[in-house]
Design a protein around this ligand. Structure first.
Ligand code: PLP
Length: 234
């Protein structure tokens, strides 16, 4: 193993340990939290090193880069996650090999994914992205609109809605971040009662390198960790 691969492997082990500690501190099973390694900062070779270190779920935020990495690493059984904004004109190509789309952020996008999935004979697992920070520049459904939108989404039979995704505001302090994550969990819990989905509302994608422990304390099942895994190699 070269030095870079070793560094990535050490970083990943550290992330796994911290995730497990955070889960145990919250009286949760460490297995209930999946690390999605965000590889948007690196070339395919380093994404491969992360996979070889044991991180089998990888996330990308731009469809074009996702496709390029999928092609470069097509011989590896990677579970690919789309975590960034997906433009409707990119949907057709992007959806063919995705474990989960975290960033379903509008009804129009839902319609486009549903149509493309229908054409390709697929069912696409998705999370609804919610704007929990209140930042106007952020994508996502508004918390207050979500219940009505979830109702509308039931018509799209080629989507499998599995939960919610959110990002805390950049400038928020720790208690603020935590309350944004708590809001996402409470939204999920109430949707689960009002709009039961076939696939359930089991997934909560929240937490990044700087705040994943707070997210796990509030119930995250997927944490999207990028920069921490590539510390010392970028
Ligand atoms: C880049 C990115 C991440 C990873 O953030 P880090 O702070 O590097 O861990 C997580 N989620 C989304 C949507 C991202 O774009």
């Amino acid at each position: 193993m070269n030095q870079t691969a070793r560094k990535i492997s050490d970083n990943y082990r550290r992330a796994v340990d911290r995730v497990a500690d955070a889960a145990v501190n919250a009286n949760r099973d460490p297995q209930s939290v999946t690390i999605v390694g965000v590889t948007k900062y690196v070339e395919p070779e380093l994404a491969e090193a992360l996979f070889q270190a044991g991180c089998h779920h990888l996330g990308e935020s731009r469809p074009q880069v996702l496709l390029a990495k999928q092609e470069a690493l097509s011989d590896l059984p990677i579970h690919w996650h789309m975590i960034g904004h997906l433009q409707r004109n990119k949907v057709k190509r992007a959806i063919s090999n995705l474990a989960l789309v975290h960033s379903l952020d509008s009804i129009r996008l839902a319609e486009a994914i549903d149509a493309a999935a229908n054409e390709q004979g697929l069912t696409v697992p998705v999370l609804l992205e919610v704007n929990i920070s209140g930042d106007d520049a952020k994508h996502g459904f508004q918390p207050g609109e979500l219940s009505g939108q979830a109702n509308e989404l039931q018509q799209y039979k080629h989507l499998r809605v599995q939960g919610l995704m959110g990002m805390a505001g950049l400038s928020a302090d720790e208690s603020n971040v935590r309350s944004q994550f708590r809001m996402l969990r409470e939204l999920r819990d109430s949707l689960n009662e009002v709009h039961p989905m076939e696939a359930g509302w089991s997934e909560l994608s929240m937490g990044m390198s700087g705040d994943f422990e707070l997210a796990i304390a509030e119930g995250a099942t997927l944490v999207r960790i990028g920069s921490m895994l590539f510390e010392g190699v970028l």
